[in-house]
Ligand binder design. Structure first.
Ligand code: SF4
Ligand code: SF4
Length: 539
């Protein structure tokens, strides 16, 4: 845990002067508040990962295997052959600097090694030394470095200060995706047992019980039953939330935070209300009880292992297609990897909305659509009765979560929903939204307390844009569609922009949804009283 967390005014004094030492010097200081603790050996053992042991990043001796250099270089060679993009990203950077000031960690810390170009250079310099002729013959001239223990420590420090958000790739004229370089960097570190617990504990839980939190099937059912009871109190309607029902048309996958954390839980209530109101024939799965996939932050192999349950459950339950809930990295995995890693899902059908008849051709190969695509279509076709005045206590802005926006282009659908269910909506400045959105600063498994200062620094550009709309338009709610955002944005805003809360898009949809047979709504989904005149209007 960080011993001293500076006050926001103190932390905003960022020193952008470059350090005096040469960039090739790998020395890093593991200061509390800036790094994450190592993974517990039991989690490595459970997952069959190499070199389980007790160690911490600030230890002098990381207890690496004796042949650790050979393992890493062999791992690099293998990946250079396997992933053409990796080799390309190692070769084609011209150091133009277009990405240099685009990373939220650089903006928030002033540390030049958090510039995407330099972050990738940490591994590129080793690539040059061992895999290029110029680097072998003239290492100094070629910008090549030996792979030393200090270089490995530096990789660990900076590859766990990258949230794999891909903002930098939007600005690179060559399309270099530093997030993918980070992914390979973390994969190589994993080969010698250097990983963080905030990633590997959820991965181990997920492998054991199907979800990050380690909740067993009966716990999952209890949580869903609790939500059904609560909705009955709020709306007077007892919805059905079927689990493991064979032969349903649709399998619905949620991130586990939706049934275990707030404000996520209020979006779960919104989904259940929506599905009841339109009479959707669907089922949840107690085994595919997690859409999120921390494998994305570990290795490609781990992505595949954790994601397999989605199609396996779709097959077992004999559904026709799949809807996924509000989650960030679930959508990166789904959109970029699922079809080739776990597919083809020939046993499923192309999703067709049973209410509107819309055929989602974009999901032709994956057979899985995002809940916002589904709901935006319902609204667009006039199939929902909505009362946006129930959200009048909120002036809302929208944070494009990195993965749904940059990895799948989901930009308009959430906005269409929000602008229909809320009367007061304001955008943040253009350079901070849509494809250019700023990360929450805590994605890719970095949302832990021990690196709190770095999180606050990384989240500074996002918070700054929220501050702008709060001060200018009175925005008091930041809506988003990512489970990690819903967990990490509240402390970020409390630190930088007090007075702004966080909600999922389907929480606001649930507030506005007029259900047939509902009792007079006195409260919103948070249990907060609606204003008297609103309550009368809804009677
Ligand atoms: S923008 Fe692309 S080419 Fe330019 S320095 Fe960054 S990664 Fe290299
Ligand atoms: S992927 Fe995101 S966090 Fe990583 S270097 Fe690029 S902008 Fe920074």
């Amino acid at each position: 845990m960080a011993e001293h967390i500076p006050k926001p005014e103190e932390l905003a004094q960022i020193d952008y002067r470059p350090p005096k030492k040469d960039w090739r010097d790998p020395g890093v200081e593991f200061r509390k508040g800036f790094f994450c603790y190592s993974a517990a050996p039991k989690n490595l053992e459970y997952l069959g990962l190499p070199n389980p042991r007790k160690w911490q990043p600030y230890d002098e001796d990381w207890k690496l295997p004796p042949n650790w250099q050979q393992i890493i270089l062999e791992g690099m060679r293998e990946r250079l052959q396997k992933y053409r993009s990796f080799r390309l990203f190692m070769d084609i950077c011209v150091r133009c600097g277009a990405c240099a000031d685009k990373c939220h960690f650089y903006i928030g810390s002033g540390d030049p090694k958090n510039m995407p170009v330099l972050r990738a250079e940490l591994i590129r310099s080793v690539y040059r030394r061992y895999f290029t002729t110029a680097g072998r013959l003239f290492p100094w001239l070629a910008g090549a470095r030996d792979l030393t223990v200090d270089v490995l420590k530096e990789w660990f420090y900076y590859f766990y200060q990258c949230t794999e958000c891909r903002r930098c790739s939007v600005f690179c004229p060559y399309g270099i995706d530093t997030a993918e370089v980070t992914m390979i960097g973390r994969e190589l570190l994993t080969l010698v047992g250097c990983n963080i617990n905030w990633v590997l504990e959820p991965v181990a839980n997920c492998f054991r019980t199907g979800n990050h939190l380690g909740i067993q099937p009966h716990g999952f059912k209890d949580s869903i039953d609790f939500a059904v009871d609560e909705l009955a109190e709020t709306t007077g309607i007892r919805v059905e939330a079927p689990i493991n029902r064979k032969g349903a048309e649709v399998l619905f996958i949620v991130p586990s935070a939706d049934y275990f954390g707030t404000p996520h839980y209020f979006s779960l209530l919104g989904y259940l209300m929506l599905f009841h109101e339109i009479g959707l024939d669907y089922t949840l799965s107690a085994f595919a009880s997690e859409g999120g996939n921390f494998g994305l932050f570990t290795s490609h192999e781990m992505i595949k292992r954790l994601n397999a349950k989605v199609y396996a459950e779709a097959k077992r339950l004999k559904v026709k297609w799949i809807i996924g809930a509000e989650c960030g990295h679930m959508w990166r995995v789904l959109h970029q990897y699922m079809d080739t890693m776990n597919g083809p899902a020939d046993f499923l059908e192309v999703p067709v909305s049973p209410i509107t008849g819309t055929r989602f051709e974009n999901a032709r190969s994956t057979k899985m659509i995002h809940i916002c695509e589904f709901t935006a279509d319902l609204i667009h076709q006039g199939k929902l009765r909505l009362d946006p005045s129930r959200n009048d206590h909120w002036t809302v802005t929208f944070h494009d979560s990195c993965n749904p926006s940059r990895a799948m282009g989901l930009l308009e659908e959430p906005r269409h929903i929000l602008k229909t269910v809320c009367n007061h909506f304001r955008e943040m400045p253009e350079s901070t939204i849509r494809e250019q959105t700023f990360c929450c600063g805590s994605g890719s498994g970095l949302g832990t307390d021990e690196n709190f200062e770095m999180r606050m620094r990384g989240g500074f550009p996002r918070a700054n844009a929220v501050r702008y709309v709060r001060d200018r338009f009175g925005v008091n709610l930041l809506a988003c569609i990512c489970a990690i955002d819903k967990a990490t944005l509240p402390p970020l805003l409390e630190y930088w922009v007090p007075g702004v809360e966080v909600a999922g898009v389907h929480e606001l949809l649930g507030n506005a949804l007029i259900m047939r047979g509902q009792k007079e709504r006195a409260t919103d989904l948070r249990g907060e009283a609606l204003k008297r005149e609103e309550a009368q209007a809804h009677a």
